[in-house]
Design a protein around this ligand. Sequence first.
Ligand code: S3P
Length: 185
Amino acid sequence: MSEHRSGADTRHLTRREGAGHVVLVGTMGSGKTRVGRQLATRLGLGFVDSDEQIERRCGRTVREIFESDGEPAFRKLEAEALAEAIGSSARSVIAAAGGVVLDPRNRELLRRAAAVVWLRARPEVLATRVRDGDHRPLLGDDALGALRRLDAERAPLYEEVATAVLDVGELSPDEAVTRIVELVT
Ligand code: S3P
């Protein structure tokens, strides 16, 4: 990857096709939901969070789905939620769950978004942000270890789908929103 001196890499921003969705991707704790919600307000767009969509539809939490049906069942719901959000004609900001990039079909779907912004931060930073709440079943008792493993596995996949990379480690949610607005408008 090229260097990110400015903290933002805008190599191939933005595609002029589809509904013009702006998708946020990144590891758990990177701020996709919080930043995404604020970004949608700032841009005057709708907001879709794929985990929230799944929970609403199933009437169960992500953790409950993982525990009762297993991860593959959750991944199927995740793929359906992404396809629905990307397929919608109403331009939106979409916070895609962290694992969405694992499935090559999802990565293909992401190519239909106008912009896919990878909110990037080191596992050490993310670990300090995921302390509150135990709603993330993959983190277990060793959040930092899990985040390191996920980062090693997924960073190349986020890199593959991203039209822009924003280093959020030292940014407040407000600052991140401002940077993304600059990237996508
Ligand atoms: C997951 C990320 C979570 C949630 C689930 C699995 C992952 O979403 O979908 O716990 O595999 O990275 P967030 O990234 O929104 O926390």
